[in-house]
Write a protein that binds this ligand. Structure first.
Ligand code: T4K
Length: 399
């Protein structure tokens, strides 16, 4: 461990970790289990287009979620775009700015105006109290995000949607395996979209799925992921290609087998971080609900206003030590193009978002993060905090 501030890699010392410690390192299932599925695919020469692995993956997911329809897709961004169309959203849709930019882009990309709504300071999910003031005659839907696996206030949001005749589509990219009042995510709103990107708790390299309990919505989505084909020659919709490949489904099936182990590992790391961070009043971990199913995948820390060191300086100091923490979600969609040019004053209605984008950081967690890694990252954070005044001074007064 380091003894003086000069030992920090930021000031020329040796990095504490020889190899980079990434946020977003994939959870990998048993190699043989994956290879067995890959071998089946090889032998069958059926590589995509609703093959047997995709069908099996969808069936296993439907059982896990307890939902009527699961449609596997090539990634969550395409999944969102297709679900938005299938639900007939148009005009304006209310969406948080505090999310990965894919959520807003999936609307704007198809000519729908994302109307940014502020979020709750504790859960970081859309604040239902802010929704109604954003509804106009052009509003057709609400697209909230279960950020970090925290579940949105689904009852309050549904009540607003019902009052105003709006569709609700959840971005559930972070919420695989989570539940709310005993009901699995996947069953809320008109549809939900999960991401199985490499960085997610369960991955299919790239991938995702759309879930719904509505037979008609599911029927339209199935057309929309496959060029609009009904049968061999007849096309009924102007749509896209959102199919998941068999190799992705193979990764999904083997990952489902390993999923409980992923969550147990994540949870041990989360508890470890929480224990250590309890001694650092400048850093508050965003807690996961422990009474209901959660995936414990995201370790999010809030830097206190009076910490005496900024989030960005902490991230720079960690990075120099090879701890590649991320500033999810910085700077907020409304500060990214094209939204920043379209709505330069959007931040005035988003005070909580503006704050969160400046004070949160995401620490490494996945099966690639060991207990020794967590201990090392926490030692480093404690050291940085202990020497925060000198760090600020040596960084040219930049706290
Ligand atoms: N909605 C929400 C709320 C989302 O968070 C996301 C995606 C979406 C929708 C859209 O889902 P998809 O269309 O992707 O299915 C990453 C992911 O690319 C993105 O999927 C994810 N959210 C977002 C939160 O994180 P970046 O730009 O931070 O990715 P990148 O390349 O910097 O990788 C992150 C870290 O992961 C790096 O430290 C390296 C590590 N990594 C990454 C990959 C791809 C690995 O170790 N191995 C890998 O294979 O967006």
């Amino acid at each position: 461990m380091k003894s003086t501030v000069q030992d920090l890699a930021l000031f020329g010392g040796q990095p504490m970790f020889a190899e980079p410690l990434h946020v977003g390192r994939p959870n990998r299932p048993d190699k043989q289990a994956f290879f067995q599925h890959a071998d089946d695919i090889w032998e069958s020469a059926w590589l995509t287009n609703n093959g047997p692995k995709v069908q099996q993956f969808e069936a296993e997911l439907a059982q896990l979620f307890g939902v009527k329809h699961v449609i596997a897709v090539c990634n969550a961004t395409i999944g969102l775009q297709i679900a938005i169309r299938a639900l007939g959203m148009d005009g304006e849709v209310i969406v948080p700015s505090f999310t990965f930019v894919a959520t807003a882009h999936s609307l704007e990309w198809q000519g729908i105006t994302p109307v940014f709504c502020d979020v709750d300071p504790v859960t970081h999910c859309m604040d239902p109290a802010r929704i109604e003031q954003l509804i106009t005659p052009r509003t057709t839907g609400i697209l909230p995000v279960h950020v970090w696996g925290n579940i949105c206030e689904v009852e309050a949001i549904q009540a607003i949607a019902d009052r105003h005749g709006l569709k609700v589509l959840y971005d559930a990219a972070h919420a695989f395996g989570c539940e709310h009042r005993g009901r699995m995510v996947g069953n809320f709103g008109d549809a939900e979209v999960f991401s199985f990107h490499a960085t997610k708790v369960l991955n299919t390299f790239e991938g995702g799925c759309i879930t719904t309990n509505d037979d008609e919505v599911a029927r339209v989505i199935r057309l929309m992921i496959n060029f609009g084909f009904v049968g061999k020659d007849q096309v009924t919709h102007l749509v896209s290609n959102g199919k998941m490949s068999e190799s992705s489904a193979a990764m999904g099936l083997s990952s489902l087998q390993a999923y409980d182990g992923f969550v147990a590992h994540n949870r041990r790391n989360y508890e470890h971080y929480r224990r250590r961070l309890a001694d650092m009043p400048q850093l508050a971990i965003v807690e996961h609900c422990e009474k209901e199913k959660r995936n414990f995948h995201y370790i999010i820390v809030r830097v206190a206003d009076d910490a005496g060191i900024s989030r960005d300086t902490i991230v720079r100091a960690l990075e120099a030590e090879n701890v590649l923490a991320r500033r999810y979600f910085h700077p907020g969609c409304h500060r990214m193009e094209p939204y920043r040019s379209y709505y330069p004053n959007a931040g005035l209605l988003l005070p909580v978002t503006e704050k969160l984008t400046d004070v949160l950081l995401c620490l490494p967690n996945s099966t690639a993060t060991t207990a020794a890694d967590v201990e090392g990252v926490c030692d480093l954070l404690a050291f940085i905090l202990q020497h925060r005044a000198e760090i600020a001074q040596r960084s040219g007064g930049r706290a």
